[in-house]
Design a protein around this ligand. Structure first.
Ligand SMILES: *Cc1c(COP(=O)(O)O)cnc(C)c1O
Length: 427
């Protein structure tokens, strides 16, 4: 049998062919009218994709560069900040804030869970200058409740800025930056926007731009004010990743085009983003149903993200078995757990350029691994596929008309994340 290599990893994700072609053709200099037209268009599209009125800045770095920029531009040495963490990427916020001399308070939850909003409330002090969190914690497959944290900051009249790493949250969950009052929302290129690693982007609120004037941690390459000044002229401060910016433009065209109508053949980015989110919600729900039907359990059952599903294999089975077998037999690349979670869980991504067909194929391959390598489970062929098929059929029948809460969280946050959805499902 031949094997086609397919990425099911939560970054990098599969590449959109149109974006790859755009990259190959992007042989342009960054101080020309041609580039300025491209950059200006992509920045405007990105704003629509994020769904904000705030300025969006693009950096030529992986996602962590934008995280560092948020810390270095918004804090001063000695600032008290609050980090909400339940995984490897939350821990990165703590490490970054410490590296820039902040006094770091932490609210944490065990891996696989999300933190309690009551604990966040107790930890939010008068002096707290910034709150850092993830929208979705990719290392554990958890969805945190961004709107609840934003509401808490607003309700307590806190001066704190809310900085959200939405690197895997964007394009997989509903995020209303302006409506909720998020100050910085961070994205990365190798996630939902279907292009290679190398770009990060941040949407920044007026309150955060003001804070930058008074904060004095060192920054040079990642000086956001300098980038904004240049972006307004259609340029970046230094040589940008021109090819990736062209790819991003093509990918955003594609996302908009998913919502094309006869009146609007070029589509619409807000509607396209909504379809992309619904796509991730649906294929993640299919995956969760399938792994449960195959005798496995979810690592984050109460607050699963649609970006990636973290799966606990049956007791006594190393999760590396799934990583190895899927790759060697089917060319499917999934990820093991990060750090001390290695061997404990495996993760399957749903963000970006994945569809129903990819999902069904991966579930079929997972069944082959379970039936052959774990015969003691007595799982018959079809167990996972039937569960996924039924979920898909029911979801597509009801999705449009009957607005059910689809975010997968089992608590009140569901309705906060999906306005209009939760209310209908409760009624
Ligand atoms: C991928 C990812 C990042 C960024 O990692 P880089 O390797 O620097 O691109 C940050 N946060 C989350 C939640 C991620 O999934």
């Amino acid at each position: 049998m031949i094997r086609k290599t397919r990425l099911f990893t939560p970054g990098p994700t599969p590449l959109l062919p149109a974006a790859q072609f755009a990259m190959a053709a992007a042989d342009i200099h960054h101080r020309t009218a041609e580039f300025r037209a491209l950059y200006t268009r992509v920045l405007a599209q990105l704003k629509e994709f994020v769904g904000t009125k705030n300025d969006v800045i693009i950096l030529s770095s992986s996602g962590t560069g934008a995280m560092e920029a948020a810390v270095s531009n918004l804090t001063s040495p000695g600032d008290r900040v609050l980090v909400l963490t339940a995984g490897k990427f939350g821990e990165r916020w703590s490490a970054l804030a410490k590296a820039f001399g902040c006094a770091v308070d932490v609210v944490s939850a065990p891996y696989g869970q999300t933190f309690s909003i009551d604990e966040v409330k107790a930890a939010l002090k008068l002096e707290t200058r910034v709150v850092f969190m993830q929208a979705t914690e990719t290392s554990t497959g958890v969805r945190h409740c961004t709107p609840a944290v934003a509401k808490l900051i607003k309700d307590t009249n806190s001066e704190a800025l809310l900085v959200v790493d939405a690197i895997t949250g964007l394009g997989t969950s509903h995020l209303d930056m302006d409506g909720w009052g998020v100050d910085v929302l961070i994205g990365g290129s190798q996630k939902s926007v279907m292009i290679p690693p190398g770009l990060s982007y941040l949407a920044v609120s007026d309150k955060a731009w003001d804070r930058m004037e008074a904060s004095y941690n060192p920054r040079y390459y990642f000086d956001l004010r300098k980038e904004r000044k240049n972006a307004r002229l259609g340029e970046s401060a230094y040589t940008p990743a021109v090819a990736l910016i062209a790819a991003l433009g093509a990918a955003l065209n594609y996302i908009a085009g998913q919502a094309a109508t006869t009146e609007k053949p070029e589509g619409d980015l807000a509607a396209g983003r909504k379809m992309l989110v619904e796509n991730a919600e649906t294929i993640s729900a299919m995956t969760r149903a399938a792994v449960l039907a195959m005798g496995m359990t979810l690592f984050a059952p109460d607050a699963p993200s649609s970006a990636a599903t973290a799966v606990l294999p049956p007791a006594g089975v190393d999760s590396g078995l799934f990583v190895k077998e899927l790759k060697s037999r089917f060319g499917a690349i999934i990820t093991n757990g990060q750090g001390e979670m290695k061997g404990q869980i495996f993760r399957i991504a749903h963000l970006g350029f994945f569809d129903y067909m990819d999902t069904i194929a991966l579930i079929g391959a997972l069944e082959q691994v379970v039936v052959k390598s774990l015969p003691q489970l007595n799982i018959p062929f079809g167990a996972g596929l039937v569960a996924a098929q039924k979920l898909y059929a029911n979801r597509s029948q009801t999705a449009a008309a009957d607005a059910k809460c689809i975010c997968g969280r089992t608590d009140a946050c569901c309705s906060l994340q999906n306005p209009g959805f939760g209310a209908a499902s409760k009624a």
